[in-house]
Design a protein around this ligand. Structure first.
Ligand code: FAD
Length: 441
């Protein structure tokens, strides 16, 4: 009788728990080692984002794992961006079909629900407060509050996030090379309170943006009728986290006047939350000796401006599970194929995420941007081949990130050509549009 393979998963975060569910369904024995306290214990927030946008790649992964219905009660739909400019609001829809929405979800709630499902429905073993501190010839070295021990595994997955200890151990051994390109902008999170009647203070079915050129405030709704707002701002220069100093209220009054009254704990939260750093992590290769593999942020952390880090990590889990089905326990083949399928896609979404920062904080304010967005929807209605890039990334998991980026670049040129001399929608030459689409897409 062959033994059930033990899959050691370092990190019981979003990717770790979803992968454990998939491994258990496949008949493997997943063991999760998680540095933090158990979800049932009260834990201090570590400053990581409080809510996240879940899009179709993420929901499809949850559906594939058979747990989407369990997660749905945690989701709040967002149908578009609501821009706050000059005291007025303007709505820019994300898509034009009813199901083209993204969902706000609390990181803690999602993490806990995945853990409960993994433990109760799929019998996954979690070892909380156990930390991976190194690799061994047949697994990894773990430190618990009581002892240091070796976890022997058939296959080890590093799902331990951007600061991955598994990746660092591989770097120290000279087995992988990683670079982290840090952005010179950071972020701080704040809470928009509900109204006195206990309702949402802003329209809940949207991602709110206060675009201000070189910086922005965004807000995503929470189930308890608050919004989590995130201020993205340069670290140095003017204005910046350095230049605001103690005058947070003055800064908000000058730039986010309509949001200010909604943040009752502004100074307290601003001072209590550290400035979060953002960066793009590139690592190559993602595996070692055909038995250790990095996934999710451990392999490819990105800036959060396309809201795809978790979605990409979930897609990693699905692709890895498909490879388990194809390759069985031929782990070296699993590793090689995984990287072959995923690396180009990870690089593409990391680049698009960087590009989206400029779009959110600046481009959305221009008439030209809005004309192009409107035109892109019209071209999508008229031509099956034309799908706006945002929609390809967020609503079309069947189109890979790399393909979305490639087609998106061609479409951007088409939109540029069609709007170069157009001031309004009526000026667009749709015969030329049809010819360009037929020729280039
Ligand atoms: P993580 O979620 O970081 O999980 C890693 C786990 O490993 C943690 O539980 C950690 O405690 C554990 N761990 C770490 N080291 C060890 C160790 N040595 N031993 C054992 N355990 C360890 N993504 C989206 O899709 N949509 C969004 O809207 C979005 N918004 C974001 C906003 C911000 C401000 C930020 C910073 C990120 C955002 N992301 C978003 C990205 C998303 O948070 C990550 O891509 C996602 O959490 C990656 O999941 P993961 O499981 O790979 O890593």
């Amino acid at each position: 009788m062959t033994e059930t393979p033990t899959i050691g998963i370092v990190g019981g975060g979003l990717a770790g728990s979803l992968l454990a569910i998939l491994c258990a369904r496949r008949g493997f024995r997943p063991v999760i080692v998680e540095r933090d306290a158990a979800f049932d214990e009260p834990a201090a927030t570590d400053g990581r984002s409080i809510n996240l946008a879940l899009a179709a790649r993420g929901t499809e992964a949850l559906r594939y794992a058979g747990v989407l219905a369990d997660i749905e009660p945690l989701l709040l739909p967002m149908a578009g961006r609501r821009l706050h400019e000059g005291g007025a609001e303007r709505f820019l829809p994300y898509g034009q079909r009813r199901d083209e929405r993204i969902y706000s979800v609390a990181r803690a709630g999602l993490g806990r629900r995945l853990y409960e499902l993994a433990r109760d429905r799929f019998g996954v073993e979690y070892r909380f407060r156990h930390e991976c501190v190194g690799l061994t010839a047949s697994g990894a070295q773990m430190r618990s509050p009581e002892t240091v021990y070796e976890l022997e595994t058939s296959f080890l997955v590093g799902a331990d996030g951007a600061g991955s200890a598994v990746r660092r151990a591989l770097e120290s051994a000279g087995a992988v090379r990683a670079t982290e390109e840090m952005l010179d902008h950071g972020y701080r999170e704040l809470t928009l309170a509900p109204t006195a009647e206990g309702d949402f203070a802003l329209a809940p079915e949207a991602l709110h943006i206060w675009p201000r050129g070189n910086f922005m405030l965004i807000a995503l709704p929470n189930l308890e009728r608050t919004f989590t707002a995130t201020l993205f701002l340069p670290l140095e220069g003017r204005p910046s986290f350095a230049s605001i100093g103690a005058d947070v209220r003055g800064f908000f009054a000058a730039h986010f006047g309509d949001a200010l009254p909604l943040i009752p704990a502004l100074e307290r939260e601003y001072n209590a939350h550290p400035v979060g750093r953002l960066g793009t992590l590139t690592c190559t290769p993602w595996s070692y000796a055909g038995r250790v593999l990095l996934i999710g942020d451990a392999a490819h952390a990105m800036v959060p401006f396309h809201g795809q880090g978790m979605n990409a990590a979930f897609e990693d889990c699905v692709d890895l599970d498909r490879l388990f089905a194809e390759c069985g326990s031929d782990w070296p083949r699993v590793c090689a194929e995984f990287e072959r399928r995923r690396a180009g896609n990870a690089a593409a979404i990391a680049t698009m995420a960087l590009e989206n920062y400029r779009e959110m904080r600046d481009d959305v304010r221009s008439e030209k941007f809005r004309l192009k967005a409107e035109l892109a929807f019209e071209l999508e209605r008229r031509h099956a081949k034309f799908v706006p890039r945002y929609a390809m990334v967020m609503f079309h998991p069947e189109i890979s990130y790399a393909e979305a980026r490639r087609r998106g670049a061609v479409q951007a040129e088409i939109l540029d050509a069609l709007t170069r001399d157009a001031r309004a929608f009526a000026d667009v030459d749709f015969k030329r549009a049809a010819a360009l689409i037929a020729e280039r897409l």
